[in-house]
Ligand binder design. Structure first.
Ligand code: FES
Length: 115
């Protein structure tokens, strides 16, 4: 069974209304993760998945989307971010590689309490 150190969910839900993540930055953010995970040799260590709407798109500006990270240093219910493609490198190098949440990009409007 494959085992990963972290999992990243990128929302790229498209509705065609210019309001949801896939109509804003979702696809470019996902592409940037793909590039940087490869560049940082994290492809077999970080699982990346698309996710559906979690109602956070209302906080996303153009070029942004909702991202959730589970893994080293993440909150128990996942660490929720709102990011642009330009923010992805900081998440990869700071959070995924070093286990330090990127406080400036966190989306604190929603939290999930587990256990
Ligand atoms: S479309 Fe991404 S959170 Fe709703």
């Amino acid at each position: 069974m494959p085992e990963f150190d972290a999992q990243v969910f990128v929302c790229n839900t498209v509705t065609g209304d210019d309001n949801h993540c896939g109509d804003k930055g979702g696809f470019a953010v996902r592409e940037r993760f793909n590039e940087l995970l490869k560049e940082h040799d994290l492809l077999g260590k970080v699982m990346i998945s698309n996710t559906g709407c979690t109602s956070q798109h209302r906080f996303c500006e153009t070029e942004q989307c909702s991202v959730i990270v589970y893994g080293p240093g993440a909150d128990k219910g996942g660490t929720w971010y709102i990011v642009t493609p330009d923010n992805v490198e900081e998440i990869v190098t700071q959070h995924l590689k070093n286990g330090q949440k990127v406080e400036s990009l966190r989306n604190d409007r929603l939290s999930v309490k587990l256990g």
